[in-house]
Design a protein around this ligand. Structure first.
Ligand SMILES: C[C@H](N[C@H](C(=O)O)[C@@H]1CCCN1C(=O)[C@@H](N)CC(=O)O)C(=O)N1CCC[C@H]1C(=O)O
Ligand SMILES: [Zn+2]
Length: 591
């Protein structure tokens, strides 16, 4: 509360100036940010309610637990799993005590289980425990978030969030980017669907319909890397999953963090400060509940930076460590900027930094050079295997990264009302991502709430933008590093030239529009988001997928979904019946 008082006073002073006429662009830019008060514009009690709502939703999400799957329970007479049997809100399922947390237990089941019934159970149980209970709170949250946005002169909270990108029509720019990338996604989707159908059969995975979301190795089907044992193009050839090596070599979380840090310092960038190592939380504590969803924190005093991560010794967590450390590196690089400029040029830039380094660190040759892979050959098959694994992360993610805020912006604008929150979520999941729910959903469910960033109120379009702009960064840093050859072979490790170019961009913080930061990154070539680098990076895989998909149905027919997503909830069935009776009576009486 004190912060909002301080911020409110600064805001009051700032609004007394005719700052829009200031000639100094930097000062004018500072005022343009200080004169937006944010949620502190709400009256005290509403600000309190808003903060408590978000805290409650985050706590519900972070402490949610589910029961173990028990295949003997809840069977219909014909042996099918009875997914209509009631879940009891408290203990998740009648007669069991929930013990499994999202991290690490539930995440591991979604990644490793190859039993569609267990996956369906866990997929549903998580949404019963973490999503459903948030629905009414989220509706109230939206009202308050919109009220705060309007007090700042925005039409709704979505418009306020989009203003971070300083562009007139972010919607249109994103749609154009997605239109170019969608065919690449559809080809990956078609190939993965075929491989999953070979594993699970056509009754479980349709030939030309959407992929059931619970089979993709991830609770939200947002990245598909955990399907690679079923989908890798050339099994038995080099794969970049180094989890076994990490475990065999006795890696612990701290070593993984040191490994990531060493990549940053190899570029001439800053090491993590002493306080980082003293105050970060890098393993899940056993004595208390914490928000395990990995995160990076800047305590705004130039020395205190921390990561909180319930780290497991896996390839996926090594990549996440790079991602979180990228945030810290950015925080450090702009720490000498005036406070109001200590932020990413746009939120997508902040999400891209760590991933850019991970693009180099993930290459088979880099992994071999640090002893995590052996006898890496330069064969075509190894190349395709590598690109495919990268696509299971970077390409698979794109529609999800796009749709989360498409849904949220529509909720903020009122285009999606309270009675169609879940239906609209599944419309977007079906039309953009080509995934369907493993069992019918209705408006009592609140599936968006089962994804961290919704209860935690963290915007998501930043990740869609990051997954595009990180390849622009990669291409330019590789050029600075003097790389020759295919972009996906590039490893900027130890290149101080690349490090200097990256520092020149990061140290600007938000002092210049991100379009100007892009001009610096590309030595004046472009100031716009550009999909050419990501298409160049994946070009060999695109050709390979097209050849593999001959004869395959590319894309998906929603009508072919194994489960039609939207079950009309009891409420709407009753309403429907009443309306039908009224209509019949009306005709009988009138006619
Ligand atoms: C694992 C990662 N955790 C976020 C991130 O690091 O962005 C956390 C939680 C939300 C914001 N956040 C922060 O740490 C911010 N304080 C960083 C900052 O703004 O400086 C995450 O959520 N990711 C990574 C890929 C896609 C997405 C996902 O997993 O869906
Ligand atoms: Zn991030």
């Amino acid at each position: 509360m004190e912060w909002s008082e301080f911020h409110r006073n600064k805001w009051k002073q700032a609004t007394t100036f005719a700052w829009k006429n200031f000639t100094n662009p930097l000062v004018r830019r500072m005022f343009s940010f200080v004169t937006v008060l944010g949620k502190a514009a709400l009256p005290k009690e509403k600000l309190q309610e808003l903060s408590e709502l978000v805290q409650d939703m985050k706590t519900t999400y972070s402490t949610a637990k589910i029961c173990k799957y028990d295949s003997t329970q809840r069977r219909l007479p014909n042996g099918d799993y009875d997914y209509y049997a009631d879940f009891d809100a408290e203990d998740n399922e009648i007669g069991c005590v929930p013990t499994l947390s999202l991290e690490p237990e539930v995440t591991q089941i979604m990644a490793r289980s190859r039993d569609p019934e267990e996956l369906r159970y866990v997929w549903r149980a998580w949404r019963e425990a973490a999503g459903k209970p948030l629905r009414h709170k989220y509706i109230r949250f939206v009202q308050l978030a919109n009220e705060a946005a309007r007090l700042n002169g925005f039409e709704d909270a979505g418009a306020y969030w989009r203003s971070d990108y300083e562009t007139d029509d972010l919607h249109k720019e994103l749609q154009e980017l997605w239109d170019v990338l969608r065919p690449l996604y559809e080809h990956l989707h078609a190939y993965v669907r075929k491989k999953l159908r070979e594993k699970y059969g056509e009754k479980v995975v349709p030939r030309s319909g959407p992929i059931p979301a619970h089979l993709l190795g991830n609770m939200w089907a947002q990245t598909w890397t955990h399907t690679q044992d079923l989908t890798i193009p050339y099994p038995g050839r080099t794969s970049v999953d180094v989890t076994a090596s990490l475990l065999r070599q006795g890696y612990m979380p701290l070593h993984m963090f040191r490994l990531a840090e060493e990549f940053f310092t190899s570029l001439g960038l800053d090491p993590m400060p002493l306080g980082f190592w003293q105050k970060s939380l890098i393993v899940k504590p056993t004595d208390r509940e914490v928000v395990c969803h990995a995160s990076a924190w800047d305590f705004c005093n130039g020395i205190d930076y921390r990561i909180k991560q319930c780290t497991r010794v896996t390839t996926e967590d090594l990549i996440t460590i790079h991602h979180e450390m990228g945030h810290i590196q950015y925080d450090i690089q702009y720490r000498n900027q005036p406070f109001i400029f200590r932020d990413g040029a746009n939120p997508g830039f902040h999400e891209a930094v760590g991933d850019v380094l991970a693009l180099s660190a993930s290459t088979p040759h880099h992994l071999q050079s640090i002893g995590l892979l052996e006898n890496v050959d330069d064969s075509y098959e190894t190349d395709i295997n590598f690109l495919f694994t990268m696509a299971l992360d970077k390409i698979a993610f794109l529609p999800f990264g796009y749709l989360v805020d498409l849904w949220r912006w529509e909720v903020f604008s009122g285009k999606t009302g309270e009675l169609s929150l879940n239906r609209r979520w599944w419309e977007l999941r079906l039309s953009l991502q080509g995934v369907s729910p493993p069992l019918p959903r209705d408006e009592d469910d609140f599936d968006p709430g089962a994804k961290f960033h919704i209860p935690a109120n963290v915007p998501y379009i930043r990740y869609f933008i990051s997954f595009i702009v990180q390849f622009q960064f990669h291409a330019e840093l590789c050029k600075a590093a003097g790389h020759v050859g295919p972009l996906h072979h590039c490893d900027i490790y130890r290149s101080h030239k690349a490090g200097t170019l990256l520092r020149n961009v990061l140290s600007l913080g938000k002092s210049r529009p991100w379009t100007e930061a892009l001009l610096i990154l590309t030595s004046g070539k472009t100031s716009k988001l550009d999909v050419k680098p990501i298409l160049e990076y994946f070009a060999p895989l695109i050709a390979w997928l097209k050849s593999q998909n001959r004869g395959e149905f590319v894309g998906w027919r929603v009508s072919e979904a194994i489960v039609q997503p939207v079950r009309t909830s009891n409420a709407s069935v009753i309403t429907g019946v009443i309306l039908a009776i009224v209509a019949v009576v009306f005709f009988v009486v009138v006619i």
